[in-house]
Design a protein around this ligand. Structure first.
Ligand code: ZN
Length: 262
């Protein structure tokens, strides 16, 4: 299956239910390949496989708290190197429990950023004392990417959006880590690494429930990001730029290939 077809599916799925419009009719799915997507997603119960659609029954799924690359690198490489999936989707989500825990830890451990606590009225009341050491250790590694994003948070006052921004920062970081090992495969067009956020909280738009694409192979500039997705989709064999589906594809890219900028 073309990478562009896979990206189209990620963009189009659930649009029918979100907008009550059938937009998947122009998609063609080649089913001879047994597995075409490596999914590295958060283990949170908010994130269910149905986000990717009914036909995505051939996805190699890897889940852990905070969708962390290093935690399951062996499973990822089985999917990439043995199953040879051409796309890896690193999927974070809004209102992520692991992101909340690590954010809480960052704020309480650092005097420099403690004044940000006022942006986290709800979060700072959460009691994490009953979590085991093992749970805390696995989530605390998220403090590294979060410390990058936390200084930007003075510009966002809405707690839901603040946490979404940190999930987005974490997805960028996990892709950065993956690229350290797989950049050659990306350059050879054998692998495309996609970053996404499942926005069930409606932090990115007024239509909650969408999966947004926020990163392609480390590209995060919004204009470059959208251009990359357009270019990949145009490479689909027999893709008709003048067909009726093209306008819908353009709308999907404009609405769903996007980032939270501060
Ligand atoms: Zn989560």
């Amino acid at each position: 299956m073309d990478v562009g077809n896979i990206l189209l599916h990620l963009l189009a799925h659930k649009e029918a239910s979100v907008k009550n419009t059938e937009v998947t009719k122009f998609l063609s799915c080649d089913t001879h390949q047994t597995s075409f997507l490596t999914l590295l997603a958060c283990a949170d119960f908010w994130v269910q496989d149905e986000i990717l659609g009914d036909i995505f029954n051939k996805v190699f799924i890897i889940r852990n708290v905070g969708n962390q690359f290093a935690v399951n690198r062996g499973s990822i490489e089985y999917s990439l190197f043995v199953l040879k999936t051409p796309v890896m989707l690193v999927l974070g989500h809004t209102d992520c429990g692991a992101i909340k825990f690590a954010t809480h830890a960052c704020i309480t451990q650092s005097k420099e950023i403690v004044n940000l606590a006022k942006s986290f009225d709800h979060l700072m009341k959460t009691d994490y004392s009953l979590l085991s050491r093992e749970v805390k250790l696995e989530m605390l590694s998220l403090a590294i990417p979060l410390e990058r994003g936390i200084p930007d948070l003075k510009k966002i006052q809405n707690e839901t959006k603040v946490l979404a921004y940190l999930s987005q920062t974490n997805v960028d970081y996990q892709i950065e880590k993956a690229l350290k090992y797989y950049s050659d495969r990306v350059k050879e067009n054998k692998l495309t690494i996609v970053g996404g956020i499942y926005d069930f909280a409606g932090a990115y738009s007024s239509q909650p429930g969408r999966m947004l694409i926020t990163n392609i192979n480390g590209v995060v500039n919004p204009t470059d990001l959208q251009n990359n997705v357009r270019d990949i989709i145009k490479r689909i064999s027999n893709f008709d730029e003048k067909g009726e589906g093209y306008k819908i594809v353009g709308e999907l890219i404009n609405e769903k290939v996007t980032r939270m900028i501060v």
